[in-house]
Design a protein around this ligand. Structure first.
Ligand code: SF4
Length: 887
């Protein structure tokens, strides 16, 4: 690769399934200027806070730059030979099902293609699964049951064209922020457009909702099944569509005969009148889109939820036409690409079915493969159970962190540690999973790797490698292909570059297809290097020489079942037995500014400024009952483990349930991995784990000392009951706490693994138990430490900002340990707008000066004027302060 840096590059954001186009321009100082691509049809120039901060995540800090065997740097040849040898020997001795690949929605389609080909066609097992199993496997299963194929029928434009938009199990404002911005803009231009939010929590998405239904966890099947029945009984059925293009209506209705709205109200904890209002809205609006995401998928009834939604759209014929349809939005940037190449244990390549002998024969012939997997492999949860009980003896993990993200994460971590041979391909050294690897393989990161990704609306975009490959890092597809060659399959795995892999993938999609399968990109099978480099974002299918594309599917039927009719799937409604216990229900999910296990976003001070600690949202009445004070630490315990996080008391949280984000790992917190609490219960059809309904006990975590450290250097915390580390603009911020049985002398900076500085000042208040220390290097503040017997009451942003100042006089220095902003340094409060670094106090100040709209706040403070991801929170602050003013 040329070392000369190119000008502006058109590429794709590597985070969520919206798949926004990015313009990246390398700067002379080595930084990257990042903007949204105005020509990309997913975002038309918009980016959210995460996308906007991509330039802050590309440093080489902590990168794996060379292959390593047992912690020692090795060559590629030696490492790949060892991987091939170990896998071959294990297969020879224990059979093909004794090995596994666990891959990721973060890798590119070309990477996925090679991984799937090697495992299913050459090793002869289907033990390849992906972290997308945790994300959208229930949508795949629901699509296949209803449509006969894993097809997303609509496109993003439908969200803007709908007269009624239903969001169920989707916090679009935080998890798919650019789609949320598109919806918000559409609603502003057509105020008559209605939005219904179905979610146990009043998330930030509620800001645009005309109706919020705070449904009980897993109440969706009852709600949508009863809607399906209502539509049928009240004459809203599209009998032409049903008659010509579907089958199984009667059977699907039969199982709902006895379901009443009162029962639904009981199961969902919703008012019968709200339920009726929702049904009337659905019935009255022809143009309806139902968006669903992890709140639907991550459930033991996830697939039934998906089919209960699809049944409503099929019965009204509202599918595949502008502004209509069920719409699954994926969590990851290339979950869809993984589905296309068959990267799940229950699929074959190119949307073909592993259980279909004709498809197996077709794929094997196309690949000229010695074998083909003939039965489903182990899905993610079962795969790690097999690692634990020794059935899997060699595993290759790629671009994902199962030691944190899998249910029963402690057991998964222990299982990986015990597995005889573990290969991990990744970018960062310090992930919980990389640390367990026998062989570490350095992968290319975003901005270095080349290939394609597919977003939630079936749009393929190029992700481009435009920064030099650091050290000896290599593409994931190359690593797998090299191992394939070394296992004796030289011909099948010889590819010059990612384009050659893509071409084979495109050819397979069209092989003996003739319109029988939905996934067909054979129109790109002759793509030249120039065209591949310059590939414009395009929706599949892409067929024939003219490269014809299809924006929507199924308006005129033509489903992919043998009869070409869609199936109504009978979905039975069961009420979960009400628990008599005092336990709360734990829900897990994403936050606005972090991504997965924070390996990238945790490097950005801007993104860490919004929410810098693992936390638990809890309703005020539950907090009072459990004697939990604001900002106290709480211990959350399930049958499988315990975590300690900060309490965030809010009415957004439903009574009886708590919410904890999924992002914190052992690298960023002492005990913040929420998935250690989650049992490995899965949906029986999709195998997707239920991550959103876990019975837990919550109690105050009693601590004797609370602390806050801000430091220019990354601290290494000693063994503490609680700590949480985050980046800040000029250094690091560490929150911590310890119990009465822990004795640590905090007067020495070396406690944090930092060199001792002589130039320090301290302060001790015997009565309040407050202790403060500040260490200086010349006139620069090195670190400041605040200790207290109760949660430290010091503005975090104010303290962190002091790291970039100089302190000439002793009196200036004492202002630090006073812990209070002086008049000329007002406290911003919690950062709300991370792009422009605007805090809650600044927004409230502007409100008090009469700024009562988003635009006015933006003009006065700049908050919300860049990516717009914070606009829902600003609206809430305006709303709350107006209520306060009226009281
Ligand atoms: Fe990236 Fe944000 Fe767009 Fe998702 S919405 S693709 S995270 S910029």
């Amino acid at each position: 690769m040329s070392e000369e840096l190119p000008k502006t590059i058109k590429t794709t954001c590597p985070y969520c399934g919206v798949g926004c186009g990015v313009l990246a321009t390398p700067q002379d100082d080595g930084s990257l200027d990042i903007k949204g691509d105005p020509d990309h049809p997913a975002n038309f120039g918009r980016l959210c806070s995460k996308g906007s901060a991509l330039g802050e995540t590309v440093s080489l800090e902590d990168r794996i730059l060379e292959p390593e065997i047992n912690g020692k740097v090795s060559s590629w040849d030696e490492s790949l030979d060892l991987v091939a040898k170990k896998f071959s020997e294990t297969i020879k001795e224990h059979g093909p099902n004794s090995v596994a690949f666990y891959v990721s929605g973060q890798i590119l389609t070309e990477d996925y293609y090679i991984a799937n080909k090697l495992m299913k066609g050459y090793i002869g097992s289907a033990n390849i699964d992906t972290n997308s199993r945790l994300c959208m496997a229930s949508s795949v299963a629901g699509h296949k049951r209803a449509f006969g194929s894993d097809t997303v029928p609509g496109c993003y434009e439908d969200l803007e064209l709908a007269d009624l938009l239903i969001l169920t199990g989707s916090n679009l404002a935080w998890c798919h922020p650019v789609l949320y911005q598109r919806v918000m803009a559409a609603k502003q231009s057509r105020p008559e457009m209605k939005v219904v939010l179905i979610d146990p929590r009043r998330t930030m998405t509620a800001d645009i909702a005309d109706l919020h239904l705070p449904i009980a966890a897993d109440g969706d099947v009852a709600l949508f099944s009863s809607l399906f029945k209502y539509l049928h009984e009240n004459g809203f059925e599209n009998s032409n569509f049903v008659g010509e293009h579907t089958s199984g209506l009667e059977k699907a209705l039969d199982v709902l005969q006895d379901l009443s709205v009162d029962q639904v109200a009981q199961i969902t904890s919703l008012n019968a009148s709200d339920i009726q209002q929702f049904y009337k809205l659905f019935a009255a609006n022809e143009k309806v889109v139902t968006i669903y995401s992890q709140g639907v998928n991550q459930s033991k009834t996830g697939t039934d939820k998906v089919n209960s939604i699809i049944n409503c759209h099929l019965t009204t014929g509202r599918i595949g036409r502008p502004g209509m349809g069920p719409f699954s939005v994926t969590g990851q940037p290339n979950a869809m690409g993984g589905r296309e190449v068959g990267g799940l244990a229950n699929m074959l390549a190119a949307h073909m079915a592993i259980e279909n002998p004709e498809h197996r024969e077709l794929v094997q012939t196309f690949w000229n493969a010695p074998t083909i997997a003939s039965e489903m492999g182990l899905k993610a949860v079962d795969m790690f159970k097999a690692v634990k009980d020794g059935r899997i003896k060699a595993i290759w993990i790629m671009a994902t962190n199962p030691a944190v993200s899998m249910p029963q994460a402690d057991e998964v971590k222990a299982a990986i540690a015990e597995c005889p041979f573990v290969v991990v391909s990744d970018v960062i050294h310090s992930t919980d999973t990389v640390q367990l690897a026998d062989v570490k393989l350095p992968s290319l990161a975003w901005a270095e790797k080349d290939g394609t990704v597919t977003n939630s609306e079936r749009r393929m975009s190029r992700q481009k490698g435009f920064l030099p490959h650091p050290g000896n890092a290599k593409a994931d597809w190359w690593q797998m292909a090299e191992v394939g060659k070394r296992m004796g399959f030289e011909d099948a795995f010889t590819f010059a570059d990612a384009r050659e892999v893509f071409i084979e993938h495109a050819k397979l999609s069209g092989y003996k297809n003739d319109g029988k399968r939905d996934f067909d990109v054979s129109g790109l099978a002759d793509i030249s290097s120039y065209e591949y480099d310059d590939l414009k974002p395009v929706q599949w299918p892409i067929v024939g020489q003219e490269r014809a594309v299809k924006t929507r599917f199924f308006a005129k039927g033509e489903f992919y079942t043998p009869s070409r009719r869609a199936n109504f799937v009978p979905v039975e409604v069961h009420a979960d037995a009400k628990s008599a216990s005092e336990q709360l229900t734990l829900n897990t999910g994403r936050i606005r500014d972090h991504w997965h296990t924070m390996t990238r976003t945790g490097r950005s001070a801007r993104l860490s400024s919004h929410l810098g600690e693992p936390y638990c949202e809890i309703h005020p009445d539950d907090a009072e009952k459990l004697s939990i004070e604001p900002a106290a630490l709480v211990k959350i315990t399930s049958q499988h483990g315990t975590i300690i996080v900060r309490a965030l008391i809010t009415k957004r949280q439903q009574l009886g349930s708590v919410f904890v984000p999924m992002h914190w790992t052992d690298q960023f917190a002492a005990a913040g991995r929420v998935d250690v609490l989650v049992p490995s219960i899965t949906d029986p059809v999709s195998g997707q784990p239920a991550l959103k309904k876990v019975p837990v006990d919550v109690e105050p975590a009693k601590m004797a000392t609370y602390g806050l450290l801000v430091s220019k250097h990354k601290p290494s915390p000693p063994k503490l009951d609680y700590w949480a580390l985050s980046k800040c603009v000029s250094g690091w911020k560490l929150e911590f706490a310890l119990g009465a049985d822990q004795e640590i002398d905090f007067s020495e900076q070396s406690v944090w693994g930092m060199p001792k500085k002589a130039n320090d000042i301290s302060y001790l208040d015997q009565d309040s138990g407050r202790r403060r220390y500040a260490w200086f290097d010349g006139e620069q503040l090195e670190s400041a430490l605040f200790l207290s017997e109760s949660p430290v009451e010091v503005s975090r942003n104010w303290a962190a900002e002091r790291l970039s100042e100089t302190f000439e006089t002793t009196s200036d220095r004492y202002k630090i340990i006073a812990g209070r902003p002086s008049v000329d340094q007002p406290d911003k409060g919690q950062i709300i707008c991370s792009c422009m670094s605007v805090g809650s106090n600044e927004i409230i100040g502007a409100i008090h000066k009469g700024c009562l709209s988003l635009d006015a706040i933006g003009e006065a403070t700049t908050a919300g004027t860049n990516c717009g991801s914070c606009r829902a929170e600003i609206s809430e602050i305006i709303h709350d302060n107006q209520i306060l003013a009226a009281e």
